[in-house]
Design a protein around this ligand. Structure first.
Ligand SMILES: N[C@@H](CCC(=O)N[C@@H](CS)C(=O)NCC(=O)O)C(=O)O
Length: 208
């Protein structure tokens, strides 16, 4: 099968998928989408992602969208990377749990916070409350060094990217235990390579 094509724009949620690609040793061809020109809303791109949003992945004629889904898909498509527990591994539960907690709970909590939206009825809010989310994040990273213990997985890419963003923009304080976990992730060579590549991409797109 042909190599996957990752549609990416720097300074977007594509960052998690770019990092994932680096963890896999660069298995994807990266195709830059110029948002300044509105390329994400072009008819050709809308065929790949009808949301007109980045990131997106094409592999073997199949489109995958949503940053978390792309990371989960790539981890399974390249099992030799060891970035996903096998389907019969009991750790698969925690792997999916925390991978999906990031877009389902951390991100909406963060966006509500940025918009100064205070939700009253926490029972019907998917993330409950800010305190609930922070408590769950602390539980997830309590043992460490990674979400599944000693083994780094694609769940850390997704969860860690969202947590990095939340800490960087002040939605979550840069205090323990969040700081140690995110600092540990930022030391990974693949993470650093993805940051360097994003700098190059910013220049290529004239975004700097
Ligand atoms: N739920 C999607 C969100 C993707 C998303 O909102 N991407 C933004 C950049 S971070 C985007 O492409 N915005 C461009 C637009 O809507 O025109 C995911 O997690 O991948």
């Amino acid at each position: 099968m042909a190599r996957p094509v990752l549609y990416h724009t720097p300074k977007t949620r594509g960052g998690a998928t770019l990092w994932m690609n680096e963890e896999l040793g660069g298995v994807c061809d990266v195709k830059l989408v110029d948002m300044q020109k509105g390329e994400q809303k072009s008819p050709d791109f809308l065929k790949i992602n009808p949301m007109g949003k980045i990131p997106a992945l094409m592999h073997g004629g199949v489109a995958v969208t949503e940053a978390a889904a792309i990371c989960a898909y790539l981890a399974d498509a390249f099992p030799q990377s060891g970035l996903a527990p096998a389907s019969n591994d009991p750790k698969r539960g925690a792997y999916f749990r925390w991978m999906f907690f990031a877009p389902a709970c951390i991100e909406p909590m963060m966006l509500d916070k940025f918009a100064n939206i205070a939700r009253e009825n926490t029972a019907s809010v998917g993330y409950g409350s800010e305190a609930d989310v922070l408590g769950a994040v602390k539980t997830a990273i309590a043992e460490g060094p990674f979400l599944l213990g000693e083994k780094f997985t694609a769940a850390d890419v997704v969860f860690g990217s969202t947590l990095n963003f939340a800490v960087m923009f002040g939605a979550i304080e840069n205090t323990e235990p969040f700081a140690s976990y995110t600092d540990r992730l930022k030391l990974r060579p693949a993470f650093r390579r993805s940051v360097e590549k994003n700098m190059e991409y910013l220049q290529q797109l004239g975004m700097q």
